[in-house]
Design a protein around this ligand. Structure first.
Ligand code: GAP
Length: 454
C-alpha cells in the first residue's frame, strides 16, 4: 500500500515557523502560559489561557464528533487518572516503559539513546563535543503517587502513563451495558503523565499532556482489515485540518522501536521546524492488553460471538494521538507572516486556522467607538451572534489595527458596523484569508457565518 512507505515529498515554498514565534504569540495573546510561572515554572508543564481553552475545546469536540458521534459502533468513556497499581504492573509499564539515557563523560550532557544520530551510536561519541558516552541506563517514565493518609496504609500507585488503560479496564462493563458487538470501539480523551527526561519544544514533549484514543476490538481474522481501515481514516482526518497537506506522512516502526505492547505500528508524522515528528500512533496491540488483564485479574475478558458461539480474546487496533501536539501542529501549520502588500500596507501576522477550529469565529467592530448608534448596533449584533458561536466585540484602536489583532488569533470573519449600516442595515463582512469584504444585510449574517464556521 502506498501509505505504508515513507513519503518524503516536497515541503513547498512556505518556510517552517520557528517554535519561539508560536511560544511568544501563545503567551501574548492568551493561548498558553508556562505553569507556576511566578515560582519559576515547571519544565514540561503548561496552562491554557482564554483563547487556548477555546481552541483546545474545538479540537477535542471535532475529534469526538468524528470518532464517537458519527460512528454507530463506537462509544466513549471518561476514566480516572489514578487506577489500581496492578494495572501498570500487568500492562508492562512498570517494567518496560523506560527511556535509555547516556551521559557524555566530558561535557556531562545527557541524551536519550534513541534520539542519538546513528553515527554517534556507532562510535559511542557525544554529538556535541565528541566525548565518550556512558553505557545506556534505563529510567522509568511512570509518575508515582500515593493513596491514603496513614503510614503503613498508604498505597503507592501511578498517574496513568497512557490514557488507554482505562478502556481495557472498562471494556467488559461497556460491552455488557451498551449492547455493543464486535467489531466495536471505545474512545476516550484524557490526561496522561510521563516523567520525560528530556521534555521540551514547548507543547511537543510534556510531562502532563492529553491523549485521544480509539481502541477498536475485532475478531483476530479481521485484524489486518481494520488496522488498514483506521490507519487510512486517521490519516485523512489529520489531512482535513491542516493547510500544508504535503507535510503529513506515515512512518513504519522498526522492530527495535516497537512499544512493548505493539506487534506493528505506524506513526502519522507531521513535518515542522523540528523535522518529521510523530503526531499519532496506529498500533497493532493484538490481544496483549485483554489477555494480560484477564490472566492477572482472574476475570475472564474473552468474548463469545452471539451467532457462532466462538469464544476468543478480541484483538485491538489502537489509534492514539495527542491533543497538545495537535494544538501545537495546528498553530505551526497556520502561522504566517505576510509582508506589506497593496491591501495591507503594514503587513500582518495571520493564523490560517480551519474556521471550524478557530477560537473566535467572528469579531463585531463598530467603525468608531465615540458614535453611540454604531456601538449600540454592534453590541446588539454581537449579543445575537455569541449565542450561536464564539463572538468578540472590539472597539479599541483604528479598524486596521483591530483587523490585524483578529488575524493574529485566527478569527475567520470580522463584521464592521459603519454609517451605511445605520441607513440600510447592511454590514461589511471581511474574510481573514483573502481580506476581501462583502456587504450583507444584518439579518443574513448569522446564517452566512454558521455555514462557514460549523
Ligand atoms: N496508548 C498508546 C500511546 O500512549 P504513544 O505513542 O506513547 O502511544 C500517543 O502516545 C500520542 O500521545 C503521541 O502520538 C503524541 O501525540 C502524544 N504524546 C506522547 N508523549 C507525549 C508527550 N510527552 N507530550 C505531549 N504529547 C505526547
Amino acid at each position: 500500500m502506498a501509505q505504508t512507505q515513507e513519503q518524503t515529498v516536497s515541503t513547498g515554498d512556505t518556510p517552517f515557523v520557528p517554535i519561539e514565534k508560536i511560544v511568544s504569540l501563545c503567551k501574548r495573546r492568551g493561548f498558553v502560559y508556562p505553569n507556576s510561572e511566578i515560582y519559576g515554572g515547571v519544565s514540561g508543564i503548561y496552562d491554557f489561557g482564554p483563547l487556548g481553552v477555546e481552541l483546545r475545546n474545538n479540537i477535542r469536540r471535532f475529534w469526538w464528533w468524528s470518532m464517537v458521534q458519527t460512528n454507530d459502533n463506537i462509544v466513549g468513556i471518561e476514566g480516572s487518572i489514578i487506577t489500581h497499581p496492578r494495572v501498570w504492573e500487568v500492562s508492562g509499564h512498570v517494567e518496560n516503559f523506560v527511556d535509555r539515557l547516556v551521559d557524555c563523560k566530558n561535557c556531562k550532557r545527557r541524551f536519550r539513546y534513541d534520539h542519538l544520530p546513528e553515527e554517534n551510536v556507532r562510535q559511542n561519541k557525544c554529538p556535541v563535543g565528541g566525548g565518550e558516552l556512558t553505557e545506556p541506563r534505563k529510567f522509568n517514565l511512570m509518575m508515582e503517587t500515593y493513596i491514603g493518609m496513614l503510614e503503613g496504609e498508604r498505597m503507592k500507585t501511578y498517574l496513568r502513563g497512557e490514557a488507554s488503560q482505562n478502556i481495557y479496564l472498562d471494556y467488559d462493563n461497556v460491552l455488557k451495558s451498551s449492547r455493543m458487538a464486535i467489531p466495536f470501539g471505545i474512545c476516550q480523551i484524557g490526561k496522561a503523565f510521563r516523567n520525560e527526561v528530556t521534555p521540551g519544544n514547548f507543547l511537543f514533549r510534556q510531562r502532563e499532556f492529553e491523549q485521544w484514543d480509539l481502541q477498536f476490538f475485532v475478531h483476530p481474522s479481521q485484524m489486518q482489515q481494520w488496522f488498514d481501515y483506521w490507519k487510512e481514516r486517521r490519516f485523512e482526518w489529520y489531512k482535513s485540518i491542516i493547510n500544508h497537506k504535503d507535510r503529513l506522512r506515515f512512518r513504519a516502526h522498526g522492530p527495535d522501536e516497537l512499544a512493548h505492547y505493539a506487534k506493528q505500528a505506524f506513526d502519522i508524522e507531521y513535518q515542522t521546524v523540528l523535522g518529521w515528528q510523530e503526531w499519532e500512533g496506529i498500533h497493532w496491540r493484538q490481544d496483549w492488553d485483554l489477555s494480560r488483564h484477564s490472566d492477572y485479574s482472574g476475570q475472564d475478558l474473552s468474548y463469545t460471538d452471539p451467532e457462532t458461539k466462538e469464544r476468543y480474546i478480541p484483538w485491538i487496533v489502537e489509534t492514539s494521538g495527542g491533543v497538545d501536539r495537535t494544538f501545537l501542529n495546528l498553530l505551526l501549520d497556520a502561522y504566517e507572516e505576510e509582508p506589506p502588500s497593496g491591501k495591507d500596507k503594514e503587513g500582518r501576522t495571520v493564523l490560517r486556522l480551519n474556521p471550524m477550529l478557530a477560537p473566535v469565529k467572528v469579531a463585531v467592530l463598530p467603525l468608531q467607538k465615540n458614535k453611540e448608534e454604531l456601538v449600540t448596533t454592534a453590541k446588539e449584533l454581537h449579543h445575537k451572534l455569541r449565542r450561536l458561536m464564539d463572538s468578540q466585540y472590539d472597539d479599541v484602536a483604528n479598524i486596521g489595527r483591530r483587523y490585524r489583532r483578529q488575524d493574529e488569533i485566527g478569527t475567520p470573519f470580522c463584521v464592521t458596523i459603519d454609517f451605511t449600516t445605520l441607513e440600510d442595515q447592511t454590514v461589511t463582512v471581511r474574510d481573514r484569508d483573502s481580506m476581501s469584504q462583502i456587504r450583507l444585510h444584518m439579518n443574513e449574517v448569522p446564517a452566512y457565518l454558521l455555514e462557514r464556521v460549523r
